[in-house]
Design a binder for this molecule. Structure first.
Ligand SMILES: Nc1ncnc2c1ncn2[C@@H]1O[C@H](COP(=O)(O)OP(=O)(O)O)[C@@H](O)[C@H]1O
Ligand SMILES: [Mg+2]
Length: 349
Protein backbone atom coordinates (compact mmCIF):
# COMPACT_ATOMS: atom_id res chain seq x y z
CA UNK A 1 0.00 0.00 0.00
CA UNK A 2 2.85 2.33 0.91
CA UNK A 3 4.36 1.71 -2.49
CA UNK A 4 1.14 2.37 -4.28
CA UNK A 5 0.78 5.65 -2.48
CA UNK A 6 4.27 6.72 -3.39
CA UNK A 7 3.62 6.02 -7.08
CA UNK A 8 0.40 8.01 -7.12
CA UNK A 9 0.87 11.49 -8.48
CA UNK A 10 -0.67 14.30 -6.51
CA UNK A 11 -3.66 16.00 -8.09
CA UNK A 12 -2.30 19.29 -9.50
CA UNK A 13 -5.71 20.99 -9.75
CA UNK A 14 -6.74 23.05 -6.77
CA UNK A 15 -9.57 25.24 -5.51
CA UNK A 16 -7.16 27.59 -3.76
CA UNK A 17 -5.75 30.80 -5.25
CA UNK A 18 -2.54 29.99 -7.12
CA UNK A 19 0.73 31.79 -7.74
CA UNK A 20 4.24 31.01 -8.97
CA UNK A 21 4.59 28.05 -11.32
CA UNK A 22 0.93 27.04 -10.99
CA UNK A 23 -0.32 30.42 -12.19
CA UNK A 24 -1.49 30.44 -15.82
CA UNK A 25 -1.92 33.23 -18.35
CA UNK A 26 -2.95 36.89 -17.72
CA UNK A 27 0.38 37.96 -19.17
CA UNK A 28 -0.50 41.44 -20.45
CA UNK A 29 -2.47 42.21 -17.32
CA UNK A 30 0.45 41.30 -15.06
CA UNK A 31 2.79 43.46 -17.08
CA UNK A 32 0.39 46.34 -16.80
CA UNK A 33 -0.05 45.91 -13.06
CA UNK A 34 3.67 45.62 -12.38
CA UNK A 35 4.98 48.34 -14.62
CA UNK A 36 2.56 51.03 -15.51
CA UNK A 37 0.47 53.43 -13.54
CA UNK A 38 0.91 53.58 -9.79
CA UNK A 39 -2.71 52.54 -9.13
CA UNK A 40 -5.17 50.06 -10.53
CA UNK A 41 -8.60 48.66 -9.86
CA UNK A 42 -9.02 45.00 -10.79
CA UNK A 43 -12.68 44.06 -11.15
CA UNK A 44 -13.98 40.51 -11.39
CA UNK A 45 -16.78 38.21 -10.27
CA UNK A 46 -16.23 35.76 -7.40
CA UNK A 47 -13.80 32.89 -8.32
CA UNK A 48 -12.61 34.38 -11.61
CA UNK A 49 -9.04 34.69 -10.30
CA UNK A 50 -8.55 38.08 -8.58
CA UNK A 51 -6.73 36.77 -5.52
CA UNK A 52 -4.51 34.65 -7.76
CA UNK A 53 -3.57 37.74 -9.80
CA UNK A 54 -2.69 39.71 -6.65
CA UNK A 55 -0.63 36.81 -5.31
CA UNK A 56 1.12 36.53 -8.66
CA UNK A 57 1.90 40.25 -8.66
CA UNK A 58 3.38 39.75 -5.21
CA UNK A 59 5.38 36.73 -6.38
CA UNK A 60 6.78 38.56 -9.42
CA UNK A 61 7.51 41.74 -7.44
CA UNK A 62 9.46 39.71 -4.88
CA UNK A 63 11.45 38.12 -7.68
CA UNK A 64 12.49 41.64 -8.66
CA UNK A 65 13.29 42.44 -5.04
CA UNK A 66 10.39 44.84 -4.77
CA UNK A 67 8.40 44.70 -1.53
CA UNK A 68 4.75 43.78 -2.06
CA UNK A 69 2.12 43.43 0.66
CA UNK A 70 -1.06 41.42 0.18
CA UNK A 71 -3.87 42.75 2.39
CA UNK A 72 -7.31 41.18 2.40
CA UNK A 73 -9.98 43.64 3.47
CA UNK A 74 -12.47 40.83 4.07
CA UNK A 75 -14.45 41.63 7.21
CA UNK A 76 -13.00 45.13 7.53
CA UNK A 77 -15.93 47.37 8.43
CA UNK A 78 -14.50 50.84 8.94
CA UNK A 79 -11.53 52.95 8.00
CA UNK A 80 -9.85 52.65 11.40
CA UNK A 81 -9.65 48.88 10.90
CA UNK A 82 -8.32 49.43 7.41
CA UNK A 83 -5.53 51.64 8.70
CA UNK A 84 -4.66 49.16 11.44
CA UNK A 85 -4.49 46.35 8.93
CA UNK A 86 -2.03 48.32 6.76
CA UNK A 87 0.13 48.98 9.78
CA UNK A 88 0.04 45.35 10.95
CA UNK A 89 1.04 44.02 7.54
CA UNK A 90 3.92 46.44 7.08
CA UNK A 91 5.23 45.72 10.54
CA UNK A 92 4.99 41.96 10.25
CA UNK A 93 6.58 41.19 6.92
CA UNK A 94 10.36 40.91 6.71
CA UNK A 95 12.33 40.92 3.49
CA UNK A 96 16.01 40.04 3.19
CA UNK A 97 16.41 42.69 0.53
CA UNK A 98 14.20 45.41 1.89
CA UNK A 99 14.25 47.06 5.27
CA UNK A 100 12.12 49.98 6.40
CA UNK A 101 14.87 51.03 8.77
CA UNK A 102 17.30 51.44 5.90
CA UNK A 103 15.10 54.08 4.29
CA UNK A 104 14.41 55.70 7.65
CA UNK A 105 10.74 54.82 7.85
CA UNK A 106 8.99 53.43 10.90
CA UNK A 107 5.86 51.41 9.98
CA UNK A 108 4.50 52.35 13.40
CA UNK A 109 3.89 55.86 12.10
CA UNK A 110 0.83 54.42 10.34
CA UNK A 111 -0.56 53.79 13.78
CA UNK A 112 0.62 56.91 15.54
CA UNK A 113 0.46 59.60 12.93
CA UNK A 114 -2.19 60.46 10.48
CA UNK A 115 -2.62 57.63 7.96
CA UNK A 116 -2.09 59.99 5.07
CA UNK A 117 0.97 61.68 6.56
CA UNK A 118 2.47 58.21 6.94
CA UNK A 119 1.60 57.33 3.34
CA UNK A 120 3.24 60.48 1.97
CA UNK A 121 6.25 60.07 4.24
CA UNK A 122 6.77 56.47 3.12
CA UNK A 123 6.32 57.42 -0.51
CA UNK A 124 8.95 60.11 -0.25
CA UNK A 125 11.44 57.91 1.57
CA UNK A 126 11.05 55.12 -0.99
CA UNK A 127 12.45 57.67 -3.41
CA UNK A 128 11.33 55.98 -6.57
CA UNK A 129 11.72 52.38 -5.41
CA UNK A 130 8.39 50.57 -5.89
CA UNK A 131 6.42 49.17 -2.98
CA UNK A 132 3.12 47.42 -3.73
CA UNK A 133 0.03 47.51 -1.55
CA UNK A 134 -2.33 44.84 -2.86
CA UNK A 135 -5.82 45.22 -1.40
CA UNK A 136 -8.11 42.24 -1.92
CA UNK A 137 -11.89 42.18 -1.28
CA UNK A 138 -11.90 45.93 -1.85
CA UNK A 139 -15.68 45.98 -2.39
CA UNK A 140 -15.83 46.76 1.35
CA UNK A 141 -14.75 50.28 0.36
CA UNK A 142 -18.38 50.88 -0.62
CA UNK A 143 -19.51 50.41 3.00
CA UNK A 144 -16.48 52.20 4.42
CA UNK A 145 -17.14 55.11 2.07
CA UNK A 146 -20.79 55.28 3.12
CA UNK A 147 -19.71 55.78 6.72
CA UNK A 148 -16.73 57.97 6.06
CA UNK A 149 -16.85 59.61 2.62
CA UNK A 150 -14.14 62.10 3.59
CA UNK A 151 -11.66 59.28 4.21
CA UNK A 152 -12.27 57.80 0.79
CA UNK A 153 -12.08 61.16 -0.93
CA UNK A 154 -8.83 61.89 0.76
CA UNK A 155 -7.45 58.50 -0.19
CA UNK A 156 -8.42 59.01 -3.80
CA UNK A 157 -6.57 62.30 -3.77
CA UNK A 158 -3.53 60.69 -2.17
CA UNK A 159 -3.45 57.86 -4.70
CA UNK A 160 -3.15 60.37 -7.49
CA UNK A 161 -0.04 61.94 -6.06
CA UNK A 162 1.96 58.93 -4.84
CA UNK A 163 5.07 58.16 -6.82
CA UNK A 164 6.64 55.02 -5.37
CA UNK A 165 3.74 53.38 -3.56
CA UNK A 166 1.75 51.30 -5.99
CA UNK A 167 -1.77 50.38 -5.01
CA UNK A 168 -3.89 47.68 -6.58
CA UNK A 169 -7.48 47.11 -5.43
CA UNK A 170 -9.26 43.88 -6.39
CA UNK A 171 -13.02 43.82 -6.01
CA UNK A 172 -16.39 42.51 -7.16
CA UNK A 173 -18.13 44.61 -9.82
CA UNK A 174 -20.27 46.24 -7.15
CA UNK A 175 -17.21 48.31 -6.12
CA UNK A 176 -18.42 50.69 -8.85
CA UNK A 177 -21.25 51.71 -6.50
CA UNK A 178 -18.58 53.66 -4.67
CA UNK A 179 -18.93 56.29 -7.37
CA UNK A 180 -22.46 57.04 -6.18
CA UNK A 181 -20.91 58.42 -2.99
CA UNK A 182 -19.02 60.99 -5.01
CA UNK A 183 -21.83 62.77 -6.74
CA UNK A 184 -20.58 66.21 -5.82
CA UNK A 185 -17.00 65.57 -6.91
CA UNK A 186 -15.53 63.48 -9.69
CA UNK A 187 -16.04 59.73 -9.19
CA UNK A 188 -13.74 57.61 -7.02
CA UNK A 189 -12.61 55.69 -10.08
CA UNK A 190 -11.79 58.71 -12.23
CA UNK A 191 -8.10 58.49 -13.07
CA UNK A 192 -7.99 54.99 -11.57
CA UNK A 193 -7.31 52.57 -14.43
CA UNK A 194 -9.78 49.67 -14.33
CA UNK A 195 -8.86 46.18 -15.48
CA UNK A 196 -11.64 43.63 -15.92
CA UNK A 197 -10.83 40.00 -15.23
CA UNK A 198 -12.60 37.54 -17.49
CA UNK A 199 -12.52 33.83 -18.35
CA UNK A 200 -9.37 32.31 -19.89
CA UNK A 201 -8.68 32.68 -23.60
CA UNK A 202 -8.49 29.40 -25.54
CA UNK A 203 -4.69 29.35 -25.38
CA UNK A 204 -4.67 30.10 -21.64
CA UNK A 205 -7.20 27.32 -21.01
CA UNK A 206 -5.13 24.92 -23.09
CA UNK A 207 -2.00 25.86 -21.17
CA UNK A 208 -3.91 25.41 -17.91
CA UNK A 209 -4.94 21.86 -18.82
CA UNK A 210 -1.56 20.78 -20.23
CA UNK A 211 0.67 22.46 -17.63
CA UNK A 212 0.90 19.50 -15.20
CA UNK A 213 2.27 17.35 -18.07
CA UNK A 214 -1.15 16.10 -19.22
CA UNK A 215 -1.46 14.58 -22.68
CA UNK A 216 -4.83 15.30 -24.16
CA UNK A 217 -6.54 15.01 -27.57
CA UNK A 218 -8.09 18.10 -29.06
CA UNK A 219 -11.60 16.57 -29.02
CA UNK A 220 -11.37 15.99 -25.28
CA UNK A 221 -10.01 19.49 -24.79
CA UNK A 222 -12.99 20.92 -26.70
CA UNK A 223 -15.37 19.03 -24.41
CA UNK A 224 -13.68 20.47 -21.34
CA UNK A 225 -13.83 23.98 -22.85
CA UNK A 226 -17.54 23.56 -23.56
CA UNK A 227 -18.34 22.18 -20.10
CA UNK A 228 -16.48 24.93 -18.21
CA UNK A 229 -16.73 27.93 -20.54
CA UNK A 230 -12.94 28.26 -19.89
CA UNK A 231 -13.68 29.73 -16.47
CA UNK A 232 -10.65 29.12 -14.20
CA UNK A 233 -12.62 27.94 -11.17
CA UNK A 234 -14.70 25.42 -13.15
CA UNK A 235 -11.63 24.24 -15.06
CA UNK A 236 -10.01 23.50 -11.70
CA UNK A 237 -13.09 21.60 -10.48
CA UNK A 238 -13.58 19.58 -13.66
CA UNK A 239 -9.92 18.74 -14.30
CA UNK A 240 -9.49 17.93 -10.61
CA UNK A 241 -12.35 15.40 -10.86
CA UNK A 242 -11.10 13.92 -14.16
CA UNK A 243 -7.52 13.60 -12.96
CA UNK A 244 -6.24 10.11 -12.29
CA UNK A 245 -2.58 9.54 -11.77
CA UNK A 246 -1.13 11.75 -14.47
CA UNK A 247 -3.99 11.55 -16.99
CA UNK A 248 -7.44 13.05 -17.52
CA UNK A 249 -10.32 10.57 -17.78
CA UNK A 250 -12.96 10.96 -20.46
CA UNK A 251 -15.72 13.43 -19.61
CA UNK A 252 -18.94 11.47 -19.06
CA UNK A 253 -22.23 12.53 -17.42
CA UNK A 254 -21.18 10.56 -14.31
CA UNK A 255 -17.80 12.33 -14.17
CA UNK A 256 -19.52 15.68 -14.56
CA UNK A 257 -21.87 14.88 -11.68
CA UNK A 258 -18.91 13.79 -9.57
CA UNK A 259 -17.17 17.08 -10.37
CA UNK A 260 -20.28 19.09 -9.51
CA UNK A 261 -20.66 17.29 -6.20
CA UNK A 262 -16.97 17.46 -5.30
CA UNK A 263 -17.42 21.08 -4.20
CA UNK A 264 -20.22 22.78 -2.21
CA UNK A 265 -21.39 24.57 -5.34
CA UNK A 266 -24.83 25.32 -3.97
CA UNK A 267 -23.54 28.05 -1.67
CA UNK A 268 -20.69 29.17 -3.92
CA UNK A 269 -22.91 29.82 -6.93
CA UNK A 270 -25.64 31.36 -4.78
CA UNK A 271 -23.06 33.84 -3.51
CA UNK A 272 -21.84 34.59 -7.04
CA UNK A 273 -25.46 35.01 -8.17
CA UNK A 274 -26.22 37.34 -5.29
CA UNK A 275 -23.40 39.70 -6.17
CA UNK A 276 -25.38 40.53 -9.34
CA UNK A 277 -27.85 43.41 -9.49
CA UNK A 278 -31.57 42.55 -9.70
CA UNK A 279 -31.58 43.41 -13.37
CA UNK A 280 -28.58 41.18 -14.08
CA UNK A 281 -30.17 38.31 -12.13
CA UNK A 282 -33.36 38.62 -14.15
CA UNK A 283 -31.40 38.62 -17.42
CA UNK A 284 -29.47 35.52 -16.37
CA UNK A 285 -32.70 33.72 -15.47
CA UNK A 286 -34.26 34.73 -18.80
CA UNK A 287 -31.26 33.44 -20.75
CA UNK A 288 -31.44 30.19 -18.80
CA UNK A 289 -35.09 29.68 -19.85
CA UNK A 290 -34.01 29.41 -23.49
CA UNK A 291 -31.31 27.25 -24.96
CA UNK A 292 -29.90 30.24 -26.81
CA UNK A 293 -31.47 33.61 -26.13
CA UNK A 294 -31.41 35.99 -29.06
CA UNK A 295 -31.11 39.69 -28.44
CA UNK A 296 -34.50 40.13 -30.10
CA UNK A 297 -36.25 37.76 -27.69
CA UNK A 298 -34.54 39.31 -24.69
CA UNK A 299 -35.57 42.77 -25.89
CA UNK A 300 -39.19 41.68 -25.98
CA UNK A 301 -38.88 40.44 -22.38
CA UNK A 302 -37.13 43.57 -21.14
CA UNK A 303 -38.82 46.25 -23.24
CA UNK A 304 -37.98 49.11 -20.91
CA UNK A 305 -34.37 48.20 -20.31
CA UNK A 306 -32.40 50.66 -22.39
CA UNK A 307 -29.15 49.16 -21.14
CA UNK A 308 -29.89 45.52 -22.06
CA UNK A 309 -26.95 45.23 -24.43
CA UNK A 310 -24.51 46.65 -21.95
CA UNK A 311 -25.85 44.32 -19.24
CA UNK A 312 -25.34 41.37 -21.58
CA UNK A 313 -21.84 42.49 -22.50
CA UNK A 314 -20.97 42.93 -18.85
CA UNK A 315 -22.26 39.48 -17.96
CA UNK A 316 -20.23 37.91 -20.75
CA UNK A 317 -17.17 39.79 -19.56
CA UNK A 318 -17.73 38.70 -15.92
CA UNK A 319 -18.08 35.04 -16.90
CA UNK A 320 -21.80 34.41 -16.30
CA UNK A 321 -22.90 34.27 -19.95
CA UNK A 322 -21.25 33.51 -23.26
CA UNK A 323 -21.98 34.65 -26.77
CA UNK A 324 -23.08 31.96 -29.17
CA UNK A 325 -24.25 32.05 -32.75
CA UNK A 326 -27.76 33.43 -32.55
CA UNK A 327 -27.50 35.00 -29.12
CA UNK A 328 -26.45 34.37 -25.54
CA UNK A 329 -26.07 31.23 -23.44
CA UNK A 330 -25.33 30.42 -19.81
CA UNK A 331 -21.53 30.24 -19.50
CA UNK A 332 -21.23 26.56 -18.62
CA UNK A 333 -22.80 23.27 -17.56
CA UNK A 334 -22.21 23.93 -13.85
CA UNK A 335 -24.21 27.15 -13.87
CA UNK A 336 -26.91 25.56 -16.07
CA UNK A 337 -27.32 22.67 -13.63
CA UNK A 338 -27.47 25.03 -10.69
CA UNK A 339 -30.03 27.29 -12.36
CA UNK A 340 -32.12 24.28 -13.35
CA UNK A 341 -32.13 22.61 -9.95
CA UNK A 342 -31.76 25.48 -7.54
CA UNK A 343 -33.18 28.40 -9.46
CA UNK A 344 -33.82 31.10 -6.90
CA UNK A 345 -37.20 32.84 -7.04
CA UNK A 346 -37.45 34.73 -10.31
CA UNK A 347 -36.25 38.26 -9.87
CA UNK A 348 -38.40 41.03 -11.29
CA UNK A 349 -36.28 43.31 -13.43
N1 LIG B 1 -4.34 32.40 -13.45
C1 LIG B 1 -4.78 31.25 -12.91
N2 LIG B 1 -4.12 30.09 -13.14
C2 LIG B 1 -4.57 28.93 -12.61
N3 LIG B 1 -5.68 28.83 -11.83
C3 LIG B 1 -6.36 29.95 -11.58
C4 LIG B 1 -5.96 31.21 -12.10
N4 LIG B 1 -6.84 32.14 -11.71
C5 LIG B 1 -7.75 31.50 -10.96
N5 LIG B 1 -7.48 30.19 -10.87
C6 LIG B 1 -8.27 29.19 -10.10
O1 LIG B 1 -9.62 29.66 -10.04
C7 LIG B 1 -10.15 29.55 -8.73
C8 LIG B 1 -10.55 30.91 -8.19
O2 LIG B 1 -9.39 31.75 -8.07
P1 LIG B 1 -9.26 32.95 -7.03
O3 LIG B 1 -7.98 33.61 -7.31
O4 LIG B 1 -9.52 32.46 -5.64
O5 LIG B 1 -10.49 33.88 -7.52
P2 LIG B 1 -11.17 35.16 -6.82
O6 LIG B 1 -10.17 35.78 -5.91
O7 LIG B 1 -11.56 36.04 -7.97
O8 LIG B 1 -12.38 34.63 -6.08
C9 LIG B 1 -9.07 28.84 -7.91
O9 LIG B 1 -9.35 27.45 -7.96
C10 LIG B 1 -7.79 29.11 -8.65
O10 LIG B 1 -6.86 28.06 -8.49
MG1 LIG C 1 -10.44 36.10 -3.86
Amino acid sequence: MGNEKRNMKENPYTLMPVSGEAFVGRKDLLEELLDDSSRHLLIGAPRIGKTSVLKQVQYLAHQRHQPAFYLSLEGVVNYEELQTSVYRHLRREKFKWFDFERIGFDPRSFEKENFFDALFDLDEKLDGQSLFLLFDEAQVLVEIGRQAPAFLQKWRGALASLRSLKTIFAAFPRILQVNELFEETSPFTSGLPIEYLSVFTASEAEEFIRRPGIKIQSAQMAEIFECTGRHPFFLQILCGALYTNGTLAKLTPEKFRAAYNSVPLHGILLHAFNTLSDEEKAVMQAVHQKDTASLQILRSEFPTSRSLESILDRMVSYGYLKKASGGYKIINAFWSKWLKEEMPEPVAA
